[in-house]
Design a protein around this ligand. Sequence first.
Ligand SMILES: *Cc1c(COP(=O)(O)O)cnc(C)c1O
Length: 362
Amino acid sequence: MAEATRFEIHLPALRHNFQQIKKRLQAHTKVLAVVKAFAYGSDATAIGRCLEKEGADYLGVAYVNEGVSLRKAGVKIPILVLHPQMHQLSTLIEHQLEPCVYSWRILHALEKVLVEQQSTAYPIHLKFNTGLHRLGFSIDEGASLKQHLASSPFHLQGVLSHLAATEDPAEREFTLKQLAHFDLLKPIFGSDPIYHVLNTSGVFQYPEAHHDMIRCGIGLYGYGNQKEVSELLRPVGVLKTIISQIHDVKTGDAVGYNRGFVAHKPTQSATLPIGHADGIGRLYGKGKGAVMIHGQKAPILGNVCMDMIMVDVTSIDCKEGDEVIVFGGDDACAEIVAEHADTISYELLTAISQRVPRVIIS
Ligand SMILES: *Cc1c(COP(=O)(O)O)cnc(C)c1O
């Protein structure tokens, strides 16, 4: 008997998405598969291993401990740590993780650890701020960085930046400006390092800027931030549950905490064993979110509870024990479900809590 609430991770869909992305690249362009945050809420080990086999060149994580888990799971390909922290630098080296070096502070600290260990030619990626103002050196610092690297324990493996708005056509001009700033780096550092700047939306919208590697996250999981892109991809994660109980709610009666829904006509409500502790936040309550039952939409009634939601099944032919798709099926992708609650697929996916068992479908 399958678990009632479960997050199915479909590896065939992942392989499909990887190939869809790969197909758009020139032969020499490498793929860094971003598997941070448990591979966008799915399962970093399963996803990382699968993509290593499928031909990913790099994996990318946000923090050192995420990279350590992948190494412990036997991943051999290079792993880039996007946001290494000061206190994790010796662990980073111990597990042969490649850091994004984004400030003099982190550069000097890493240098100190490497010198102490008498390590040389340690691969690093220099990260530049081209307009996101999140992490990175300014382009102006390029020349002094180049000079500093000349006699240092570092090998400059990569040069990167991150774009602010690749998915937004209205910000095209801004994005082109960011890309033009990035182009100033090649004359400084030469053609040896791996230059990488694009995320998923960038891959599809700015093919002229693929450079030596692209960093793809959300696209691998089936979402492209734009309808035309998402249509080429398949959702990897499908969140399923079942109907625990069905109630007939009389006119004037209420459903859930604080009487969040009051029936204005006779209503059938189905209780599902999934709530905000599982990652379905309260922002999906009161009809902003809906689930799919036998291909029909059942809006959430009233407030989301910690362990349960109630949904409207008045016009759906269903019974207790029937299967429910929370998102990820053909007609209820995470992108659309999230949009109805004014959020994005990234947030919905990464919120699925560890209480929900992941079921890998290979
Ligand atoms: C998360 C992240 C990505 C992946 O972005 P997607 O939109 O999911 O493809 C790429 N680069 C950096 C620096 C990131 O933090």
